[in-house]
Design a protein around this ligand. Structure first.
Ligand SMILES: [Zn+2]
Length: 367
């Protein structure tokens, strides 16, 4: 089985189009292809002979061939009919259109000066895409402030950015000082910037996927956890309001004894298992998002941020999908990484949960 982040990659991961954007202070959002590419499709268009044809052509087209709604149907008297892919190999456009029972008048108009044009395949997500797509064919666009902020890096406040980068430094330091340079992961409850759990890849588990351990240690903080661990974990004080059960002692003690980390907050909100609200969430298996963490209490990694020294492999990336992590931050690309290097798991629409992915662009030797 491949391991996560071992051996370290020799070269940087391939560049994605967002790399053209200036790295905004060391963290970049890894946006899915939909945000990067300008996908085009081939579409049949015809040219109207007179303006008078317009109304009946558009009316019948929107009833009988209602696709292409993200596009302006008419542009300079050229009308979009349908994608070339919709027409069978042994079929002409006219034969295809006859199946839809157009009126003779409209059918004739649609078959006049037919040509194939390349137009945007879907609605743009970002203004920059919109501007490029408009050069091909006019399309609709609903500007989204949050999407734009992800792209230009203004989605984080300065204090958030400082905290994220501090976690990146912590990963490098914990790996070096506590885990023999092996990968490390940290899970944080972003509501109070509290460290819920820390896990390091270890040989004693027979694999080196620290993300799998991290998910399990987070479950420990919720009175779960399936792995029999040889590590000793921090025990909770009586009447504690948060739980430290997800934290191996080695990491916790190291940070507690280190002057530079006295201000770090630790602990997870106590599990509300057995309380009626928890059942609501368990029933609503597909519930997502940070709000549910406040509403229903801790449930797997719901609403939590995950910081990883190495980009996770496919198995680990899937584990964070299943455990419903909110955001994944990673410092170094891995040869078998599934978020940037080999694959963009968070771009897969069919998955029932999607986290956001951020890559630290600052050098990994941050200590
Ligand atoms: Zn892995």
């Amino acid at each position: 089985m491949d391991t996560c982040g071992s051996p370290p990659p020799v070269k940087r991961n391939r560049k994605s189009p967002t790399d053209n954007e200036e790295d905004c202070m060391g963290i970049r959002a890894v946006l899915s292809d939909e945000y990067n590419e300008i996908a085009l499709i081939k579409v049949h268009s015809c040219q109207l002979e007179t303006k008078q044809q317009l109304q009946s052509v558009i009316q019948e087209l929107s009833q009988k061939l209602p696709r292409l709604q993200h596009l302006k149907r008419v542009h300079d008297r050229n009308v979009l009919i349908c994608a070339t892919s919709e027409i069978g190999d042994a079929e002409t456009l006219e034969e295809h259109l006859q199946r839809y029972a157009f009126s003779a008048k409209v059918l004739q108009a649609l078959c006049h000066q037919v040509q194939v044009v390349e137009v945007p395949a879907r609605m743009p997500k970002l203004r920059v895409q919109y501007e490029q797509m408009m050069q091909h064919w006019p399309c609709k666009f609903h500007p989204n402030h949050y999407s734009e902020s992800l792209r230009n890096g203004s989605n984080f406040s300065i204090s958030q950015r400082v905290f994220h980068k501090r976690m990146a430094q912590l990963l490098a330091k914990l790996s070096r000082d506590v885990n023999k340079d092996r990968p490390v992961g940290i899970c944080v409850d972003p509501r109070q910037s509290r460290i819920v759990s820390i896990a390091g890849a270890s040989e004693s588990y027979g694999h080196e996927h620290c993300s799998m351990l991290l998910v399990d240690f987070v479950a420990r903080s919720q009175q779960g956890g399936a792995l029999r661990s040889e590590l000793s974990f921090v025990e909770d004080q009586e009447n504690a309001e948060t739980t430290l059960r997800g934290l191996p002692k080695a990491y916790y003690d190291y940070l507690k004894e280190n002057e530079a980390y006295q201000d770090l907050q630790f602990g997870a909100e106590m599990s509300r298992k057995g309380q009626p609200q928890q059942q609501v969430l368990l029933d609503a298996e597909h519930a997502q998002g940070g709000d549910n963490l406040s509403k229903y209490g801790p449930y797997l990694c719901t609403g939590y941020d995950v910081y990883l020294l190495q980009e996770p492999c496919l198995m680990c990336s899937m584990a964070f999908v299943h455990s419903r992590a909110k955001r994944i931050f990673f410092l170094r690309p891995s040869d078998n990484g599934a978020l940037v290097t080999r694959f963009q798991l968070h771009s897969v629409k069919e998955l029932n949960h999607h986290y956001e992915v951020f890559q630290f662009t600052t050098d990994g030797s941050l200590t």
